[in-house]
Write a new protein. Sequence first.
Length: 291
Amino acid sequence: MAMSAGYIPFHPNPSKPKYKPPAGAVDAHCHVFGPEAKFPYAPERKYTPCDAPKEKLIEIRDFLGFDKNVIVQASCHSKDNRAMVDALQTSNNRAKGVAFVGEEVTADELKWMDEAGVKGVRFNFVKRLVDSTPRDVLERIVKKIAPLGWHIVIYFEMQDLPDNEEFFKSIPTPVIVDHMGTPDVTKGVHHSENQRFLDLMAARDNFWVKTSGPERLTKAGSPFDDALPFAKTLVENFPDRVLWGTDWPHPNMKKEAPDDGVLVDRIPLIAPTAELQRKLLIDNPMRLYWP
């Protein structure tokens, strides 16, 4: 099946980063897509990507200088987690996963995923990507996964935080926020919208945040300088609860696929010291995914 009209495949020839991640570094947000012939895309998906199988993910991981991956289930595969689990099972414990499930998920399915290395479930609140799920359904999913020691990953856009904040606060597990909470970078770090998110992070020590996604947030384009103050603020304020990821293979980019080498070279700009880099790339993801 052809990918969606206008869908932009991942960068065919990323540059070699000048920045060398420390040994053992983790890319804590990436995906695998397909291959469709083996792992078909979900009928209810809102987009059809190009195949981005585990072999390509390993290739880009090694090229960029990372040791491990956290593979997050993307909406194009919906609740069929087989491609992600297959990547974990063949990773030699160098990949962990975040699943997408419904309330109908069985104990056996959860056990299968847990044994493969799944450590959390993603809730997607981005309206252009998914249809909304009723709160009571999400609460039942939280109850099902909590005994496994899993966490909840939340993907939302910053302007929707007020509508969802009380529910987010009610989640008893660790909560990991995707892509800095997807702020509007034109409003600036000190805008009340972003300040509300920083206040939430400060008030809830079970909240973590990924400093991924500058290529999604930028209005200026590569090298994404307009998004960096948001990431740097999070690293400075919450050094023990920040993660970093490439977001490879960059689904649903609007203009161009980012050069992954450029993304890696932003790391020392948001985490200027060796200690902050170690926390961002090793200590924090290892604590959460390889405890």
